[in-house]
Design a protein around this ligand. Structure first.
Ligand SMILES: Cc1ncc(C[n+]2csc(CCOP(=O)(O)OP(=O)(O)O)c2C)c(N)n1
Length: 334
């Protein structure tokens, strides 16, 4: 059975700079998301949007101060969280949603999936849930083959884990001891289906990794520092050539599956508990203040800076032109 990852974390073991960085990344993710939802409500952005609010700790903790530009991530369909943590500029992400040349696809349309930023190790995604699990074996295998120390992190939900690509991926990663880290973002629901209705597991999704000889654990994904520690250990293992790790991060989404989902299938008291008692940003902020690392004013100052950064990013994206219609066939190879 998968172990629950626990560790006593002393804030004094981290630099103030790192502690502030985790806070900054989580707040940036949340504010990016809230502003994007506002753009949708203003009729400026259309299509589906899968909000990542509530799960900022998983992305900030796993990526920030653990990965370099040359390490790869494969994000999931709530993946603005992961792209922001990996350093993709906010104006480029907004540009993708607004269909502007500023976007990573230079206006050819991306939304949450299909955007890519290869210079920062973000190689894109496909709309088919779980497809990234197969592709991630490719970059992990190439790093091993070329003898580099690059690691690959692949993000997927509990719903994606119930599909067959996970098992093919685990088999190859386990067999070749690939530098691949699985981050299963378990928010309990795949659209409106609860995990208890869809998974044949002993207790945890991470238990499946056991059968492939892959070290695994379950962690509170809403504790940004715990998330950071567990992934740090996995990255070190991967770099030592000891192979993959499977991490099941427990979290919850604050909003429905997509913007417009009434989200009436989750009991109100469950959602209230996650929002009020298990919010990754609120809890981390309280800890930073209670332990005297930062004052409320210092954090509020950073919040204001992030607000300004977001306004500037939206403006940059909106001021950028729409793509020239003649580019419609650009990048089309079939
Ligand atoms: C193969 C496939 N089946 C169904 C869908 C539609 N779909 C999009 S997201 C989703 C649920 C995914 O749930 P999960 O992996 O738990 O992620 P969460 O949305 O909870 O973050 C489904 C069924 C799809 N995109 N691809």
């Amino acid at each position: 059975m998968a172990k629950i990852y626990e560790k006593e974390i002393n804030l004094q073991d981290y630099s103030k700079d790192d502690l502030l960085h985790f806070y900054e990344v989580m707040v940036k993710i949340r504010k990016f998301d809230e502003n994007l939802i506002q753009l949708m409500q203003d009729g400026k952005v259309s299509g589906f949007y899968h909000s990542g609010i509530g799960s900022e700790g998983v992305s900030a903790g796993s990526i920030s101060r653990n990965l370099r530009d040359e390490d790869y991530i494969y994000y999931n369909h709530r993946g603005c969280n992961q792209k922001i943590a990996k350093g993709v500029p906010l104006s480029k992400l907004y540009g993708d949603f607004l269909g502007r040349v500023e976007g990573t696809t230079k206006g050819l349309g991306a939304g949450i999936v299909h955007s890519a930023d290869p210079a920062r190790g973000v190689l894109g995604q496909a709309g088919t849930i779980g497809s990234q699990l197969g592709i991630s074996v490719g970059t992990a295998y190439s790093a091993k083959f070329k003898g580099t120390d690059q690691v690959t992190l692949v993000y997927f939900g509990d719903g994606a884990a119930s599909r067959e690509p996970l098992h093919g991926s685990l088999n190859w990663a386990g067999l070749y001891k690939l530098p691949l880290i699985y981050i299963c973002e378990n928010n309990e629901y795949a659209i409106s289906s609860h995990i208890s209705e869809t998974h044949s597991v002993k207790e945890h999704i991470a238990d499946w990794a056991e059968g492939y000889g892959i070290p695994n654990c379950v962690v509170d994904g809403n504790d940004v520092l715990l998330m950071h520690e567990v992934v740090k250990e996995a990255v070190e293992r991967a770099k030592r050539g000891e192979g993959p790790t499977f991490i099941e991060a427990k979290t919850f989404r604050h909003r429905g599956h997509f913007e417009g989902d009434p989200y009436d299938y989750v009991p109100a008291e469950v959602l209230k508990e996650w929002k009020e008692k298990r919010d990754p940003i609120k809890n981390y902020k309280t800890r930073l203040i209670d332990e005297g690392i930062f004052t409320e004013d210092e954090l509020a100052h950073l919040d204001n800076q992030i607000d300004s950064e977001i306004i500037a990013a939206i403006k940059k994206a909106e001021d950028s032109p729409l793509p020239d219609p003649e580019r419609i066939f650009e990048g089309l190879f079939a």
